[in-house]
Design a binder for this molecule. Structure first.
Ligand code: 13P
Ligand code: SF4
Length: 357
């Protein structure tokens, strides 16, 4: 790979953003019970006053997830977040997650105000796939249908034919392959190669990765399975192929929770961000969940199964964002948004037609 390689530029940008995020999240603010109760009450009142609804991802803190549920919002995977925001009548959406989730909400509903606790909450997949180099890559392969993961910027989505999330990636690529289309896939190489193995589709992959899921280690999971012989392994498809190969179920965050409910095993080894444990324990209380190991012997762990950008969704930031202001409001250029809306709407329509989502 040369220094002028479009994918190499993405790697360098992702590394720089990651360092910034870790520096910020190394010192989380500890709150007392009384402070938490006070913040929750103030946020609830502000949500009501602003005609706002809270839309949170499973990887945010238990406090944020509980608040979303208590206030009539939603906690879900990225596809359901997009659909919930689109369908809900509130004029303001408060998105607790990472930036691409806020942008997706704004693109799908440009007339709503979309606020986020911080616009700095990015994603290594998004940063690792800059719009300019990505467009260059697409231009080199005009014969391919461009399918991008939702974890991308508005500009990358605008250059695509289809947007997918992990819950419908397989179904969409199967559909395209059945029509004889060749696919250019970006940015997650692990999710892309899993879809390729499952569907047999002709896919050309961008070289991006999620810094959280990339850390799960097959050897550690095999060792853990010897300790818990009755446990099933649940894996998010952003994980490397040797980890996916050990899975009893592979799927999006929602599909992981569904599998925990459906499978008869008393224990589960879970290879995804540890934020999901809050919902797993609530929704499937009679079973035990064990986090999959993230570092092999002698290796260092950078994310330790928790996304540093998801961790930025703290209660104080949530309260502050309800006062609006440029540091919290998602803006997407109208013309760019209109182009990105087409592949996003295609995704939403496809997901409504397919039971797998
Ligand atoms: P889901 O679509 O499964 O929620 O995944 C989003 C994500 O960022 C996983 O790392
Ligand atoms: Fe991105 Fe990975 Fe964080 Fe999900 S967990 S938002 S893919 S960096």
């Amino acid at each position: 790979m040369s220094a002028s390689d479009p994918m190499q530029l993405g790697h360098m940008a992702a590394e720089a953003e990651m360092v910034k995020a870790f520096l910020r999240t190394k010192h989380p603010v500890e709150l007392s019970e009384a402070e938490i109760a006070d913040l929750k009450a103030r946020i609830t009142a502000r949500l009501r006053a602003e005609d706002a609804v809270l839309v949170a991802h499973y990887y945010t803190s238990p406090l944020v997830q509980a608040l979303a549920e208590e206030t009539g919002g939603c906690v879900s995977d990225s596809l359901q977040m997009a659909r919930f925001g689109h369908d809900h009548p509130a004029s303001t959406l408060v998105v607790a997650g990472v930036r691409f989730m806020g942008e997706t909400a704004k693109i799908l509903t440009p007339d709503k105000r979309v606020l986020m606790p911080t616009l700095e909450a990015t994603c290594s997949l998004d940063v690792g796939c800059p719009a300019g180099p990505f467009a260059e890559f697409c231009d080199q392969h005009p014969d391919r249908t461009v399918v991008v993961y939702a974890n991308t910027s508005a500009a990358v989505k605008a250059r695509s034919d289809w947007v997918v999330t992990s819950s419908i990636a397989l179904a969409v690529v199967e559909h395209l392959a059945a029509r004889g289309e060749k696919v250019l896939w970006a940015p997650d190489k692990y999710l892309g190669s899993w879809v390729q193995r499952q569907t047999g589709a002709d896919m050309l992959l961008w070289d991006g990765a999620c810094i959280v899921h990339e850390e799960f280690k097959a050897k550690g999971i095999e060792d853990l399975r010897r300790v818990y012989p009755d446990a099933a392994v649940l894996v998010h498809p952003e994980s490397p192929a040797p980890v996916i190969a050990l899975a009893d179920a592979v799927g999006s965050t929602t599909q992981i929770i569904d599998a925990a409910r459906r499978l008869p095993n008393p224990q589960f080894i879970v290879a995804t961000d540890q934020g999901i444990f809050y919902q797993l324990q609530r929704q499937v209380p009679d079973k035990e969940f064990i986090i999959a190991p993230t570092a092999g012997e002698g290796a260092t762990c950078r994310s330790c199964a928790h996304c540093p950008w998801m961790a930025m969704n703290e209660l104080e930031a949530l309260l502050k964002c309800l006062d609006g202001g440029p540091a919290h409001e998602i803006e997407v250029d109208r013309e760019l948004g209109a182009r990105a809306m087409l592949p996003l709407q295609r995704m939403v329509a496809f997901s409504r037609e397919h039971a797998r989502s």
